[in-house]
Structure formats: structure tokens, C-alpha cells
Design a binder for this molecule. Structure first.
Ligand SMILES: C[S@@+](CC[C@H](N)C(=O)[O-])C[C@H]1O[C@@H](n2cnc3c(N)ncnc32)[C@H](O)[C@@H]1O
Length: 294
């Protein structure tokens, strides 16, 4: 069926979707966005993208429709042992350092765009291999915006594609064959708690980000610079000392934010919460003073 696309509708949809999810399908990718939305528009019985826009924008019962939109447009590509150097840096350097200074506290880690779960389960495998689960309480929270990704993550059943980087001995240690897939060891799976969270929603970030280690990898590639700056600012606001943020290897924050500083740990680059400048504190004090005098 040919759907109507009144002039400017693709921009309206693009902007609305960016506002709600952070994901930006800019100039050259608008046709990709329309291709992904077209089946949803048809399913709803509409003949025009504009009607679908009105539904998303103004219909108060459109929450379920948004779930479908997010599932249709999010890219959930991920695999075990992806960008391993950072996970090694976390487990071999940052966790031991943290444990030295926080003996009585549970260690908390947030994987904030976990897709179908391979990333938090890789963190859990690396921690298990290093023996940390036997020594300290560790809580791993994994969240994503997409409900379909989280459903798969909760199932814990993975196909061959997910294993392209994982050494075979670890596959045999932590997974059991089930039909044409592999089921993750329930004990390892239970190390991770799964939830929905939107990185551009301040309340969601506040709920999960008060931890010393946050992974936010391979999601900023879908956001605009302005959205990244906003998300990073919120992460910086809530993250706990020492405040390490791990982003994907192709995602540099250097020209976007000064809230975190790039640092070299082991063989990996990670970001660390920047110290609040004395000058900034002075400025804040001054503006409070000024306000008090109004
Ligand atoms: C390419 S996957 C990255 C998975 C994993 N972090 C990795 O590096 O392998 C990107 C994920 O970001 C999620 N995502 C997109 N926008 C999001 C948002 N606003 N909040 C939370 N997750 C989001 C998508 O649903 C998708 O699962």
C-alpha cells in the first residue's frame, strides 16, 4: 500500500521521535525512519504518515504505540565480549581499586543501554572469572528503552551471532545448548537485574545512575551532540565517586562535554567524573548570594 506523506511530515516525525527517545534519524536517514514506521502505520489502518504523527503526538492512549515505535526503530546490535578492553579495565583495575576504599559497601554497576543483554552478562562473566562474586556483594543493573530487547535479555537464550567474540571455553562454561540456541547459566543470569529506562528521562537516570560505574556504550552514536551533552550532564550529576563512565570506542565525549575526563586504564580509555572546579563553586556561591539579595 502507498502511504501518503504530506510535505514536512517526515520532519515532524523525526523531531517527535528524537524528543521522546533521543534517537535522531537526521537528513539522509529520514527515509530509513519512514521504512521502519510504515508497517506500524498500516497496522493502525492509516493511509497517511501524518495521521500516525497525530496519534503519537496527541493521543493520550499512545503509550503502547510508542513501545512499538521504539522496538521498530532501535538498533539492538550487540554481542558477548564486545570491546573487551574496557570490561577488563573495569574488572582488573577499577574494581580492585574500588574495593580497597569501600570494603563494606556492595559494588554497583549500571549498564544503561544493554540491548538484549550480552553486555551486562559479559561484565558478569568477567567478574565471575576474576572471583569477585565470592568476595563482595555486587549488584549489576541492566536497562534499555526497548521492551523487545529486554524480553530477549530476560529469556537469556542466545543464537550463534551473539558468540562471535566469546572464547569457546567460556561459552561451554556459562551456557548450555538448547535447540539451535544457547541458554545462559541461570546463576549468572540472576546476577543481573533487568529494567526499562530511558536515558533522556531525568527521573529514569536519577533512579539508576547513583552508582560508581556506568556503561553507556554504543548508544550515543544514535543521538545528536546536544542530546549527548544533556545525557552526560545528568549522568555526571548522579554518578557516585569515583564516577567512571564507559562509552563505546567510537564515541568520544571530548568536544561535547567537560563533565568527564578521558583517562587511560589498563589497555582502555574510560571517562572519569571531572572534579568540580573551585571557580565553579565560587560562581555558584556568588549567584546564591545575589539571589538572596533580590
Ligand atoms: C547498539 S545497542 C548497544 C548495546 C550494548 N550497549 C553494546 O554496546 O553492545 C543500542 C541500544 O540502545 C538502546 N537505546 C536507544 N535509545 C535509548 C534511550 N533513550 N535510552 C536507553 N536505551 C536506548 C536501544 O534500544 C539499543 O538496545
Amino acid at each position: 500500500m502507498d502511504l501518503l506523506l504530506p510535505k514536512g511530515t517526515e520532519i515532524l516525525l523525526r523531531d517527535l521521535i528524537q524528543e521522546r527517545t533521543g534517537m535522531l534519524y537526521d537528513d539522509d536517514k529520514e527515509s530509513v525512519l519512514l521504512d521502519k514506521l510504515a508497517p506500524l502505520v498500516i497496522d493502525r489502518g492509516f493511509h497517511s504518515f501524518l495521521d500516525y504523527y497525530y496519534l503519537l503526538k496527541y493521543d493520550e492512549s499512545s503509550n503502547a504505540e510508542w513501545t512499538s515505535v521504539i522496538n521498530a526503530i532501535s538498533v539492538q546490535e550487540t554481542f558477548f565480549w564486545r570491546e573487551l578492553d574496557q570490561i577488563r579495565a573495569l574488572v582488573d583495575v577499577l574494581i580492585p581499586e574500588w574495593v580497597k576504599n569501600h570494603r563494606l559497601e556492595p559494588l554497583r554497576i549500571w549498564c544503561s543501554a544493554c540491548a538484549t543483554g550480552e553486555e551486562p552478562l559479559s561484565v558478569a562473566m568477567a567478574i565471575a572469572e576474576a572471583g569477585w562474586f565470592d568476595r563482595i556483594p555486587i549488584k549489576i543493573r541492566a536497562t534499555d528503552l526497548s521492551s523487545s530487547a529486554l524480553t530477549k535479555a530476560r529469556q537469556g537464550l542466545y543464537k550463534e551471532r551473539s558468540f562471535r567474540n566469546l572464547p569457546i571455553e567460556l561459552r561451554h562454561k556459562f551456557f548450555a545448548k538448547e535447540g539451535n540456541a544457547w541458554r545462559v547459566d541461570p546463576a549468572l543470569h540472576a546476577r543481573v537485574r533487568w529494567d526499562t529506562a530511558n536515558l533522556i528521562d531525568r527521573a529514569d537516570v536519577a533512579r539508576f545512575a547513583a552508582v560508581p560505574f556506568i556503561l553507556c556504550r554504543n548508544v550515543f552514536i544514535y543521538f545528536s551532540k546536544e542530546t549527548i551533552r544533556r545525557v552526560v550532564r545528568q549522568l555526571a550529576e548522579f554518578i557516585q565517586p569515583p564516577g567512571y563512565l564507559l562509552v563505546g570506542v567510537s564515541e568520544s565525549l571530548l568536544k561535547i562535554s567537560t563533565d568527564f575526563e578521558l583517562t587511560d586504564v589498563g589497555n582502555a580509555f574510560v571517562y572519569r567524573r571531572a572534579k568540580i572546579q573551585a571557580q565553579t563553586v565560587e560562581k555558584t556561591r556568588f549567584s546564591f548570594g545575589a539571589k538572596g539579595q533580590e
